[in-house]
Structure formats: C-alpha cells, structure tokens
Design a protein around this ligand. Sequence first.
Ligand SMILES: C[S@@+](CC[C@H](N)C(=O)[O-])C[C@H]1O[C@@H](n2cnc3c(N)ncnc32)[C@H](O)[C@@H]1O
Length: 272
Amino acid sequence: MTGTSEWQDRVGRSWAAEWRRTDRSFAGLTEQLLSRLAPFEFNRALDIGCGAGELSIALARSHPGAAILGLDVSVDLVAAATARGAQYPNLAFERADAAIWRRAGEPADLLVSRHGVMFFADPVAAFANLRANAAPGAPLVFTCFRSAAENEWASGLTRLLPCGVSAPEPGAPGPFAFADPDHAGGLLAEAGWQDIAFEPVDYAYIAGAGSDPVADATSFFLAIGPAARVAAELPPAQHGAFTERLGHFLQMHRSGDLVLFDGAAWLVTARA
Ligand SMILES: C[S@@+](CC[C@H](N)C(=O)[O-])C[C@H]1O[C@@H](n2cnc3c(N)ncnc32)[C@H](O)[C@@H]1O
C-alpha cells in the first residue's frame, strides 16, 4: 500500500498535478470537517500531510489572526500548496516528515488533517511525535477513510483490474490503515492521546463532472487512487480492456453531469 516514501515520489507528483480533482472528490467531507473545526479557538494550527493545502488555506482565510502551518513530505505538493496560498500572510508550508519533525517555538494549539495521517510506517511513534509538538490539551481533529468495502470507488475499482490488487495487511500504511477504529484508537492511546472519539461521516465522493463526467472520472482514476499504478503497468491490450470496464463501472454511478460514489470516512478527535 501507499507509504510515506511513495508520497515523496510518484504519488505526490500525481496528487500535485490533480489537486483540483482531489479537492473536488473531498468537497462534501471538507465542508463537514470545517464545520466541526469552526468552534475551536486557536493561535497556531498544524495541518499534517496537508497535500496541496486546501484545509490549511481555509483555516488561514477564516482565522487571519492565527498562524497556520501545513506540513507535507512531498516536495511537489508543498510547491503546489505554497503557490495556492501565497496571498495569506498567516500561512506557511514546509516539506517535512511529520513522523519526526519538531516544531521550533511554541507548540501547536490545534492539529488537523484531512486524510494525511494514515501513511506512517510506525504510527505510534509518529503520533507520539505529533503529541510532542502539541500544547497540553490541544485538540487533534482528522479525517480518514472507513473500510474499502464501504468506499466502492476503491473496492469496485480494484476488482476491475485483471490481476487484482492484493488486500493490504489490516492496518498497513495506506488509505485504509485507520478503517478499524479499535485498532486506530489503540494506536492513538498508545501514543499518549486522550479523549479519543471516532464519528462516522458520509459524503458524496465526486469522481467526475462536466459534459462527459464518465470520461472525466476515467482519467481521474487512471491518475489517482488504488488502481492507477497497476493500470499504468498493464500491457496495452489489458490496459484498453481495463479502461473499458472502468468506463462501464463509472457509467453505473453517473447521475446527470456527475459521477458519484458514497464516501465513508471517520472524523477522529483526540486531545493532547
Ligand atoms: C491522501 S493525501 C491527503 C492530502 C491533503 N491532506 C488533502 O486532503 O488533499 C495524504 C497526504 O499525506 C502526506 N504524507 C504522507 N506521509 C507523510 C509524512 N510522514 N509526513 C508528512 N506528510 C505525509 C502525503 O504526501 C499526502 O499529501
């Protein structure tokens, strides 16, 4: 599955090129995450695995008096985020491995992430490090996927591959590493976080839009997601057949000018 090293390389580059469509896929989730963050008061927020920066930018816009720092391990994503957020003087992005990075100066009083914390090779050590960067009592609020079975855009897609994609070990680094709340909650507790809670959040995962949403979603999933790497390595005949099956599958999820899936996430809260 996808680990930090892949984000530093090919996967980070693809996401940096595709941030408009990845942000679009998360739109319904982002809205719910931001409304959960709205009551928090903070001066120094840290966005972990910030990617192309949408969450950091939203916080910088809504809290002009607070300093927002987005951390990401991908040089390409940090460059994309920096360019997008250039107009906000209270916003900065830094390329760093959040598992080992140490903050200079005062600790963060809010830690957030939209799907950026499931890729650590040693999650207990990484979350202990994040706690060391947090002020006492600081909230941690992040989203992550529930199981692949509840996210058909992922499970359905991998079933279409001729060779399949072997199921990762439960809890292995990757998009579904925190699908099991008992397992993930145990890791957070072991790392010293308290008051840990998992709330299910459902949202519309937008895979394609526009005048030909199926073609849009097809090119999106050939670039991003669980089938992209395997599909890119298929011989031309198998690649053509896969793309055709993908088109049929996406057509079944077409609703007007959108291709939509049920997105299933956890909204996780904890306190340092
Ligand atoms: C699924 S993407 C989410 C990106 C962004 N939060 C968003 O919502 O668009 C996961 C992000 O975590 C980052 N990441 C993975 N491992 C990391 C690490 N050890 N330290 C910092 N960032 C990491 C990746 O580079 C990637 O940007």
